[in-house]
Design a protein around this ligand. Sequence first.
Ligand SMILES: Nc1ncnc2c1ncn2[C@@H]1O[C@H](COP(=O)(O)OP(=O)(O)OP(=O)(O)O)[C@@H](O)[C@H]1O
Ligand SMILES: [Mg+2]
Length: 648
Amino acid sequence: MVDDRGAMKEPVPSHRRVEGEATPQYPEDPGPPAVPGSRTPAGRPPADEPRPAGSADGHTDRRSWDDPSPAAEPPAWQVLLGYARPYRLTLIGGGLLSLATGAVGLALPLTAKRLVDDLAQDRSVTEALVWLAVLALANAGIGALGSYVLDRAAESVVLDARRHLVSHLVWLRVPAVDRSEPGDLMARVTADTTLLREVTTGSLVSAVTNTLMLLATVTVMALLDPLLLVVTVAVLGGAQVVTGVVVPRISRAAARAQESVGAMGTALERVLGAMRTVKASGAEQREAQRVDQAATQAWQAGVRAAKWEALAGNTAGLAIQVSFIVVLGLGGARVASGAIDVGTLIAFLLYLYYLLPPMQGLVGAASQYQVGAAAVARIRQAEQLPVEPDRAPAEPPRPGAAPAAVAFDQVHFGYRPELPEAHRGLSFTVPPRGMTAFVGPSGAGKTTVFSLIERFYEATSGRVLVDGTDVTDWPLAELRAAIGYVEQDAPVLSGTLRENLLLGAPHASEDELAQVLRTTRLDSQVARLPDGLDTLVGHRGTRLSGGERQRVAIARALLRHPRLLLLDEATSQLDAVNEAALRDTIADAAHTTTVLVVAHRLSTVTMANRIVVLDTGRVRAVGTHAELLGTDPLYAELAATQFLVAAD
Ligand SMILES: Nc1ncnc2c1ncn2[C@@H]1O[C@H](COP(=O)(O)OP(=O)(O)OP(=O)(O)O)[C@@H](O)[C@H]1O
Ligand SMILES: [Mg+2]
């Protein structure tokens, strides 16, 4: 994703269809009727109608979210102007103040000319001196105000860009997340947006104000002596050629530098995200080298950009020096011949130096623009990653909401077109209530079943139905609100225990919390902690044990009162006592809700109402433990080998 726009794209789903095995009958009746308070898609408009809210990004077509629109990218300056638009008045105000500073500055040589004239003609110089002092003070005061106003607007531009990007990234679709590096995305949010600050003031505003300053100075010089001006412009024109050659090189170097910063973020995130593994593997040195390599690349590109910028900036300075010598010689001759007086020549020479800042400003603006354009391109790339189609919020179901029914109907799904399909015509039905266990060898597609139910990915063909409605026809938030999902690696987020528990049910009461802590047997642990539920769990919950993390994840899912509970090896790390207790909790939950478990223990499997045996993306058999033992050799083998923890 670092440098290739194409790599940001989602794959086009493959439409391979493999003949499935015997499929359980698809139910006529899609599921239970909605009880009051439960949230089902009943009464919703068909999916093909525009959804009422949350489709700001226009991704409403149910089959189109995986294809990012290949819309032509507007040029960077247009995007930059778009960022700056809300602050145009402040920016114009700041620009005017900068111009006023320049105008006051322009008056200084004229006052100096008057001072010289006064001296030459033996007049009092007091008035001229007072004017000089006033102008110098005004110059400083207005200059300070102008730069404050401009920098403030620039900071606001950065804030907006960050807000926009972050609110985009949290809605990224899972396939887009799979293809992105978090470290690189982080660099885009932090480092790339920071560059917009410099660009707003250093490029957009500076280009306008410096052009005006240049024109004003040139006008005054033309009034003083047109001939000297023509000579000056001729010398300065040569400098522009150099700038024209240099600017594209700055652009390339800037883009490279920003990419390297992204690569550095990726390399750093890789180490910091798996510090214990790195240490256990003794890979610190090698990992540090990876980060170092990216940092060095950023340095090289930065130095290259600095080289070209210095060349461009100093070409302007050199051109002014040359002009000075030429004007001094020619102007001296004109003074000698009486064409102009000494005061005019001095003023002209002073104005010559006044040309330098706007010229350098313009060169700087051009360089800054190149850097900004590189940052804008990276920000835009991230903003084009596909997001969820529907951002309307939904409340979790109320306690007692009707359990959900689930069915897969000839589902084909591959994570990427070039990979073998994870599901190859998968079909099964799960009625409301009760427990269904999924068993099968590693890589059979068990976790993928849950991912498709949550609509993290979409089936290539076939249908995934919840309550008889295709998940692509469900309002996304409502679908997910109905589900409690405990992932295979039971993720816990940095923060407090309470924050983790309330993540999926922010409005749960203290009583509900206490209740769920009891059922997941976390209560005694929490009671022992000095800060109780406000204890910090560390990055990814590293301060908890594996079994504690799993129980936090289960508690989090239960707090949602889900209509459908998905447990992916959710108790794999628990000791026998805790496991037995949680098994009872889950069995209890199965009386009121639909529970799907990926099971690893015989005890759980035998408790299930039905067992679905998966193998390489297909359903091999469905039945109870006793039935399957006699009929399905794979199941019998799994029962004999995989379900090792059977003795309880
Ligand atoms: N995000 C992904 N991108 C690409 N391929 C994936 C992804 N997740 C899983 N796969 C592949 O899809 C197949 C099914 O994976 P899945 O996670 O569903 O297996 P599983 O039955 O849950 O296995 P396990 O028991 O080991 O958890 C595997 O071959 C796996 O390599
Ligand atoms: Mg799995």
